[in-house]
Structures are given as C-alpha cells and as structure tokens.
Write a protein that binds this ligand. Sequence first.
Ligand code: ZN
Length: 240
Amino acid sequence: MKKHNLTCIVLKSFNYKDTDKIYTLFSEERGKISVTAKGVRKITSKRAGSLDTLNLIHASISEAKSGQLYLSELEVIDPFKNIKNAYDLSNKAYYLIEIVDKFLFDQQEHRNLFLALLRSLSLLDKNPSTSDFSVCYFELRIMEYLGYGISLDKCVVCMKPYSDDWDVYKLNTSSGGLICGSCSVSGLHIDLTKARQLHSLAKGKYLSDVSYRAVGDLLKTYVRSVLDQNPKTLQIFGNV
Ligand SMILES: [Zn+2]
C-alpha cells in the first residue's frame, strides 16, 4: 500500500459497516478525499475524538490498489476548542466547512482554498471579535477561487476604479460586481458603508470600526444563488 502524510481539516463523517466510519477530509496536499477509519466506533477506540468535525489533523493514510484510502495514524494539530465552546462561532465554522464540502467535488485539489479555510478557522478561534469579517472574507475567497468571483475594486461596466465618492453604488452579482451611478445597468442599491466593506474585503483588509453582518447577508444571498440551494447550516441557524 502507498502511504501519504497529509494535513487535513475534518469536514464530516458517516457510519460505515458495524464499527467503521468514513470521513470526508479537506487536505492541503490532495484536496477533498474520503477516508475509511476502521474500528473507530468501537468503545475501545482512542481515535474517534481526534477525528471530530473541524479538527485540523496530521494523518497518515494508506492507499489500496483499488484507490480506496484508509486512515492509519493521526495526530491532532488544532481542535479549535474556542470555536467548539461558543455556539455562535461553531455555527459560523460549520457553515464554512459545509460550503467547502458542497462546492468541491471528490478529489478536487485546491491548496489556496485550504489555506483560506485554515486562516478563517484560526481567526474565528483566536480572534472571535472579528468573526463576521472572517466569514465574509472566506465567502469571497471561495467564490473567487472556484470561478465565481465578483469585481469589487472597479465598476464592472465602465471600469472606473472604486472610490468613496461615487454618488450611487449598485451590486449585481450576475453582471460581475459593483456598478457605479453613471452606468445604467441595474443592481441592488447599497450604501457607502457596505460598498467600502466589500471593497476592503476583496483586498483582505479589516475595517475595525464596522460590523460585517449586513454585508454578510448580501454575500450569503450570492453563495445561495451560485450553489442553487440553501446550505443546511443556514436553514438551521439562520444567516450565521
Ligand atoms: Zn460605471
């Protein structure tokens, strides 16, 4: 059997046969993979807790000739305990991993997306006061990386660079982003605060004095329309 040493985030799991589980992992090196953990549901198994959803782990994985993957050894790097201990933060984190799982197909590799997810989870865990920013930042990144990016640094019609003194700001995701008042293409009218937040998010810059909640609602509408479904976490918890 071939061996792979991977750094992974646990996305989800389900029971398999009498005592096994199949885990969906997002690995830095091989993207989204399904791995069987044999015997992990036995009472004597010490590994089950290490494989909790959200955990960042180092995993040693064996690949059978059939291509099936089996977990052989693992070590937890970060269980993101602060996230798991806070209802609001865990809702946000579960939303992020759900959209990763929904957007990626099996074995799709994306190192930059893995790093963006890791950055957002680490920010949620270590700096909960910026949690709305962390979610919005990740929503924009995943859309951009997977080919649904929107332009937020210029008017997508006349290409005028973004500035804080436009008389009107419109957002039209199907036209590709922000539209200025001089251009007649329709869009959702947004105020300067939201336009500025979107612009700074696109640059990965945190504006410390504002809440990202309102702009987050806009981005979730966009994520829903691209996914063509309402993520389960949003159905259960509302807009996280
Ligand atoms: Zn324009």
